[in-house]
Design a protein around this ligand. Structure first.
Ligand code: ATP
Length: 519
């Protein structure tokens, strides 16, 4: 299966099984806005819980917050979003489509990477001596040429972005013959800046309406509450404030499903530290966040750091945790050392002193901030991309015919449904026994009852939504109180006493199993 097919199947799967739907679909949808269905909301809530509990519950010095989406308009002046939350855009004159320039160029870089990977795959598949990838990368003329082009392009892009040089950005597009994906032409306009914030109005016209913005990040809600939380919680530096909430950006390039949305959720933590210690904390959080991702048990080679060469004017270090999505390595989370920029700016614009008195140093200062910022929806896409696979299984025990099994190999703690309870047949007291078991378990675990179709088909349905365990209630259950438990991944089956089910499920599916790996 090509990566493109894999991604298309994933998107279709999300809709077919009630994970993600296009917003207002009966009206043909709304660009880059999505709704989470009955299983999607469960998975999303579990991811959110994994983040929240690892941040707030496992750290004595991190507390939560839920600030409002609407904020005083001056917040966005102080934060720099009114003046600088812009992206350089370019329009294709033939298709009339608008693109983010850095994204267009990065896609070209990805294409070189794909060409390199393809050459390597082809060479590795040839019969002969043992294949040495490192030597091949250094000696194959085609790979060397693609690598050279990719590296040159990458250097030019970061230089042009660093200098805010729009002519240079446009020239890169022309020199690399980057075409519009829709029209296929190179007929580009000049590069221009567009602000990404959504604006609305607060109050009635008679009162004099005020333009306000839908927040483009949750972080500012944390900064403006720094003093409130620090004082009311008697927090001592270093400490962090964590928040999960909606953010809105009028993204121009809104593609790749829920990767880039106009309305999305962020999980952000701002960690306040003594000036001069921020790089130490930056490295601490960098490692800590990667550990959080890796604890999910997906392929470790699919994650990497991308340290920023071009730093925002307020940052003194920044990195992204990238995941190998079906469309290439892309950012899932950003970790930024934001200096004292935000608190200083809010102090300046509000006229209120925003400082911390350090009793050990006996001095006041503006704390520096290290931020970890991850998109909940993007994390959802990462999890589901990593979890989706197809394998070939024997159709029936009695035959050798095979069928394709679609599986969401979700970590059990994140799976929307932990257990499906299935009576073997819909009669002779089996449904009643299955319901009795379900009624005992439903208070602790999200369970489903399924008595339709053959057991094989019921297993397939549960595999497709990532349910880690299915139990079958059969005639023996009525006498020995044992059920057959079937594992999603190995498809192994074993008999378990109904009395042991709560402990079994707790051990296998509890969030604690993930959190323990972090502590
Ligand atoms: P990108 O370069 O992909 O636009 P960014 O660097 O602007 O992302 P940040 O402002 O650092 O992103 O936001 C932090 C996190 O929020 C990102 O790592 C991503 O997971 C998420 N995020 C940002 N924009 C979007 C979006 N439009 N849709 C979904 N998630 C988003």
């Amino acid at each position: 299966m090509t990566k493109e097919d894999h991604f298309k199947k994933l998107v279709a799967h999300c809709k077919e099984h009630g994970f993600v739907f296009p917003s207002s679909e009966i009206y043909d949808g709304l660009g880059a806005v999505y709704d989470y269905g009955q299983l999607g909301v469960e998975l999303k809530n579990n991811i959110k819980r994994y983040w929240w509990e690892s941040m707030v519950r496992l750290h004595d010095n991190v507390v939560g917050l839920d600030s409002a989406i609407f904020m005083h308009p001056t917040v966005w002046k102080a934060s720099g979003h009114v003046d600088a939350f812009n992206d350089p855009m370019i329009d294709n004159k033939d298709s009339k489509k608008r693109y983010r320039v850095d994204v267009l160029i990065e896609e070209q870089i990805d294409k070189y990477d794909e060409q390199i990977e393809r050459e390597i795959e082809k060479a590795a598949a040839l019969p002969g001596d043992e294949f040495n990838e490192i030597i091949f990368r250094h000696t194959d003329p085609r790979v060397r040429e693609y690598t050279k082009r990719r590296d040159e392009l990458s250097i030019r892009l970061s230089q042009a972005l660093q200098d805010d040089d729009f002519d240079h950005l446009r020239q890169i597009i022309i020199d690399n013959k980057i075409v519009c994906p829709v029209s296929g032409t190179c007929n580009w306009t000049e590069v221009r800046q567009f602000n990404l914030m959504f604006a609305t109005e607060m109050g009635f016209a008679a009162e004099g309406s005020n333009k306000i913005f839908l927040r483009p990040e949750t972080a500012q809600g944390i900064f403006v509450n720094f003093l409130n939380v620090q004082k009311s919680g008697r927090m001592k530096i270093p400490f962090g404030i964590a928040q999960v909430g909606k953010a809105f950006r009028n993204e121009i390039v809104a593609r790749q499903f829920i990767f880039r949305m106009r309305e999305f959720e962020q999980m952000e933590m701002q960690f306040f530290v003594r000036p001069g210690t921020e790089l130490e904390w930056f490295n601490h959080w960098k490692e800590s966040r990667m550990k959080w991702h890796r604890a999910l048990g997906f392929n470790a080679g699919d994650y990497r750091f991308h340290d920023h060469e071009k730093l925002a004017h307020y940052a003194n270090a920044a990195t992204d945790i990238e995941y190998r999505f079906p469309f290439g390595f892309k950012e899932v989370e950003g970790i930024h050392s934001r200096t004292d920029f935000d608190l200083r700016r809010h102090q300046e614009f509000s006229g209120k002193k925003i400082q911390y008195f350090d009793p050990e140093l006996n001095e006041s200062f503006t704390p520096h901030v290290v931020e970890t910022s991850i998109g909940l929806d993007r994390m959802f896409l990462q999890v589901i991309s990593a979890a989706y696979y197809e394998d070939e299984v024997i159709k029936k025990k009695s035959s050798t015919a095979k069928e394709t099994r679609v599986v969401l190999g979700l970590p059990p703690a994140l799976a929307p449904v932990k257990l499906a309870v299935m009576p073997l047949v819909k009669k002779n007291g089996l449904p009643e026994k299955a319901t009795e078991i379900l009624d005992q378990l439903r208070f602790d675990f999200n369970c489903q009852y399924d008595d339709k179709d053959s057991i094989g088909r019921r297993y397939r349905r549960q595999d497709a939504i990532g349910t880690p365990f299915c139990i079958t209630v059969d005639y023996s259950t009525l006498t020995d109180n044992n059920v057959t438990i079937r594992y999603r991944d190995s498809m192994q089956q074993e008999r378990v006493d109904v009395e042991d089910l709560p402990a079994f499920l707790k051990e296998k599916t509890d969030m604690k199993t993930l959190l323990r790996q972090l502590y």
